[in-house]
Unconditional design. Sequence first.
Lengths: 101, 101, 101
Amino acid sequence: MADRMSIIVFSGTVDKLMAASILATGGAAMGMEVEVFLTFWGLDAFRKDGYKTNTVKVYACSMTMELFDKKLEDLEPIVDDVTGVATFVERAKEGKITLFI
Amino acid sequence: MADRMSIIVFSGTVDKLMAASILATGGAAMGMEVEVFLTFWGLDAFRKDGYKTNTVKVYACSMTMELFDKKLEDLEPIVDDVTGVATFVERAKEGKITLFI
Amino acid sequence: MADRMSIIVFSGTVDKLMAASILATGGAAMGMEVEVFLTFWGLDAFRKDGYKTNTVKVYACSMTMELFDKKLEDLEPIVDDVTGVATFVERAKEGKITLFI
């Protein structure tokens, strides 16, 4: 089992983005690998902030990218990569905490 | 530990039902057992959709069934069974991912 | 791994507080350690209810306490202690289920 926290950021409201950011930062501060998966309103609203420490990886949901007609260039340097839900789940299930925000 | 994803579907809005469905399908595609527990607005709004593959089990929350005065016949073939929260939790804790949507 | 369920109560609406309470009670009924972390609207709205069995511990988020200018005396006997997100995460990652509500 990996010392990993996986956060699905679905919501795009400021309060929930703040909560996600605080949890991601808290996990990273405890030495965990933190992976954030931006989807739906979360991808639309996401802006560069406290997430981008070395230990927090940010992925954009490929399905949402198509839906919103966005490209990786539109999101860099916020987003490390574009990935599908199955790949995210595959990594999340090896970890210790998975949250849907 | 079981290779299981447990999803509590509490919300009944279209966007969250879609997210739950995509995550359930993604988990099943990776070979995980997926269990969905419909409760509150999730039970009220739930309609037959992509969930019902062989590897996704759908349970209705018994407390919510009473609250909404619904019977299993009203929900079949969407729902496999009616169960209590304790039973759902008992299975979820053996799994790898549990989400509240 | 501890037989623990950790619930982050972020939302303050009655339906979500009820869901959190039912899940906490269900987990405790199955013999799990249950820890609730009240944050944001969840801390603001939280009232003494079914949570306070012996096996459910309730923590208030220290950052939210400062934000809302609340003191532990304002919340007792609802809240067992005030804690930071990192401490909560540290305990959650040793457990079996972590939920964000």
